[in-house]
Design a protein around this ligand. Structure first.
Ligand SMILES: [Zn+2]
Ligand SMILES: [Zn+2]
Ligand SMILES: [Zn+2]
Ligand SMILES: [Zn+2]
Ligand SMILES: [Zn+2]
Ligand SMILES: [Zn+2]
Length: 405
């Protein structure tokens, strides 16, 4: 029982030095929405339905600190370590020497809600067919599956690179964890304690990270997609519910792109120029205003033409205010500037999308008008723009043909 004593000593030391605050109360979903509706501060949390991951696999009791793991990554609670004489029942390797500290922190941070108190919003409902299903359409009944909530999602990030942990996750003998690419980067030396890292997997964390479900960051704007932790980032870049900001001066409106288009048409319609796909229009831009808004007739996509004056000349950019979501469609444009019988043309096969207008001089994707041909008096009388949308133009042409019939 020497090893058991070791484990107990480790625990005693840990408890003596532990100053971690006790469990925090997690705000309910209703509170989160109330406090943060429209604000920038978002309390994100992950949901775990596979609650057995928080149980000791040997005794099936809820895991409590300390949690030990063998070199193969099997875990056990301290009383089970004692009961199995510190010999892992799965692989016979020693267990009871090394703690899975990250798992201890995760277990401590988890809040398991009582499904009846928490209500429907935080629990997953499963439909269980009743025995006499054939007798009626509503024969089945809904069963509420309990779930756990983790609001300290940073526990699921690599402490070295801060990216979401994913398979494989490694830990040193002191229980510090790192992702596999950081282990290589650090030459298999733990940055916290210099012990080797990269030999022993933290299997339980691999399972937990994979099982934790997080909503899209834009859930409060209507996105219903959910992801295994870490996988939401790819989606969020092209989520159609990403907030877009009103380009009008002194307007703080932000909303989902379609709502923004309606908002703009209703509130600032007189400030913009209406355009149609494939029709060239003069952009009667006033240089001082720096940006010029075009809106597809009548409450369609918003396109912002901007100019930036630099000593060497003028930079012109064209961006659509929209998220990078496929539903927005793809637009191309042609920009031309004519002066004293010369014309400069800039064609782009795909218009960039932005969620917010920036007033930084662009570094790429701009039309450049050199100082020597730029005519400040006749400015922008000579600027023309033609915007195209392949998908929608086809539709419009079909509509026109239908009308002719
Ligand atoms: Zn146990
Ligand atoms: Zn084992
Ligand atoms: Zn890392
Ligand atoms: Zn370490
Ligand atoms: Zn989304
Ligand atoms: Zn506005």
């Amino acid at each position: 029982m020497v090893k058991g004593t070791k484990a107990e000593q480790a625990l005693a030391r840990e408890e003596a030095s532990s100053s971690r605050p006790k469990r925090q109360r997690v705000p309910s979903i209703v509170e989160e929405e109330g406090e943060n509706g429209g604000g920038d501060v978002v309390v994100r949390s992950g949901t775990l339905f596979e609650l057995d991951l928080l149980d000791c696999p040997i005794c099936c009791n809820a895991l409590t600190i300390p949690i030990f793991q063998c070199d193969k990554g099997h875990i056990a609670c301290s009383s089970c370590c004692t009961n199995v004489s510190n010999k892992c029942p799965y692989c016979s390797l020693a267990i009871g020497n090394y703690r899975s500290r990250i798992m201890e922190r995760v277990v401590e941070a988890f809040i398991v809600r009582c499904p009846i108190v928490a209500g429907e919003a935080s629990s997953r409902r499963l439909r269980v067919p009743s025995i006499d299903e054939e007798n009626g359409e509503n024969g089945g009944r809904d069963v509420v599956v309990p779930s756990g909530t983790l609001s300290q999602l940073d526990l699921l990030d690599c402490s070295v690179c801060s990216k979401a942990l994913k398979i494989s996750i490694f830990q040193c003998d002191n229980g510090h964890v790192a992702c596999s690419s950081c282990c290589i980067e650090l030459r298999y030396k733990c940055p916290s304690c210099s012990l080797p890292i990269g030999n022993y997997r933290c299997i339980i964390m691999e399972k937990v990270v994979k099982a934790i479900i997080v909503p899209c960051q834009n859930a409060k704007h209507g996105c219903t997609e959910t992801f295994s932790y870490g996988n939401e980032l790819v989606h969020e870049k092209k989520c159609s519910f990403a907030l877009c900001y009103c380009p009008a001066d002194n307007c703080n409106y932000a909303g989902v792109f379609k709502d923004l288009y309606s908002h703009y048409a209703a509130n600032h319609g007189s400030l913009s120029t209406s355009f149609r796909w494939g029709h060239s229009i003069h952009a009667c831009m006033i240089f001082e205003s720096k940006s010029y808004v075009l809106q597809k007739h009548t409450d369609g996509p918003l396109v912002v033409l901007q100019c930036f004056k630099e000593p060497q000349g003028l930079f012109l950019t064209v961006n659509c205010i929209a998220p990078s979501a496929p539903v927005v469609g793809k637009f191309s444009y042609e920009l031309s500037y004519s002066t004293a019988g010369n014309t400069l043309t800039f064609r782009s096969s795909e218009m960039n999308r932005i969620q917010k207008v920036s007033f930084q001089t662009p570094e790429k994707d701009f039309m450049f008008i050199p100082e020597y041909i730029f005519n400040p008096t006749g400015l922008f009388k000579g600027t023309c723009i033609c915007i195209r949308s392949l998908e929608e133009e086809e539709e419009e042409e079909e509509e026109e043909e239908d009308n002719e019939d």
